[in-house]
Design a protein around this ligand. Structure first.
Ligand SMILES: O=C(CO)[C@H](O)[C@H](O)COP(=O)(O)O
Length: 213
């Protein structure tokens, strides 16, 4: 089970400082959509250059021109690139094929998908590397989470790794771990804390504990 740190509300120097604090506890660092919208793929390039040992995910949330967008994110140094589950099947296929060609991975984001079970099964057949259930900020504000959706995708996905994102924090982690996703994505649950290093370490320790039990 891997831990991904999501960085959404920072500029590049702040991202680098933050990663330095927690790099011992994380497996993947995500340059979030707001960061890439502000700073461009330069954010991916600079973070990968500073932390070559970490996997870097570019949360570009592709909707179209998928192979082209994957190629650009990969050229900037992304190891994993995101596409929205609501994209056309031909876009998903294009993203998957391009990523395979370049030795990269595709994470498909299920945000706003209504029929999670059907779409997850389709995405699995289309060759997604990760399928991620995700409660975005706007639904988090309404008190929603993706815990039930994680169980749904776990029951239908045969090949892809499963992931969960959206408002996860130390207090809610045990419920997430119970479903045994391959990847847990935490943003504010770490970045909003005064002692980010200690929070990330506690989260990683809890994840490791569940693997050895
Ligand atoms: O993709 C995102 C928002 O669209 C975030 O990166 C993701 O939701 C994780 O951040 P947080 O744990 O703060 O919700």
């Amino acid at each position: 089970m891997k831990l991904q740190l999501a960085l959404d509300l920072v500029d590049i120097p702040q991202a680098i400082e933050l990663i330095k604090e927690v790099e011992g506890s994380i497996d993947i660092v995500e340059l979030g959509t707001p960061v890439i919208n502000q700073e461009g793929l330069k954010a991916v390039r600079e973070v990968k250059a500073a932390f070559p040992h970490l996997e870097v995910l570019a949360d570009v949330k592709i909707m179209d021109a998928a192979a082209y967008e994957v190629g650009n994110a990969a050229a900037a140094g992304a190891d994993i690139v995101t596409i929205l589950a609501q994209a056309e099947d031909s876009s998903i296929k294009g993203a998957v094929e391009e990523a395979k060609k370049l030795g990269k991975k595709i994470l498909v984001d299920m945000i706003a998908v209504k029929d999670i079970e059907t779409r997850a099964a389709e995405l699995d057949v289309l060759g997604a590397d990760y399928i991620c259930v995700h409660t975005g900020y706007d639904l988090q504000a309404e008190g929603k989470d993706s815990f039930a959706d994680l169980h749904t995708i776990k029951s239908v996905v045969k090949n892809a790794k499963t992931a969960i994102a959206g408002g996860i924090k130390l207090e809610t982690l045990p419920e997430v771990i119970k479903a045994q996703p391959d990847l847990i994505i935490v943003g504010g649950g770490i970045t909003s804390k005064d002692d980010k290093q200690s929070e990330a370490a506690k989260i990683k320790a809890l994840m490791n504990e569940s693997v050895t039990v």
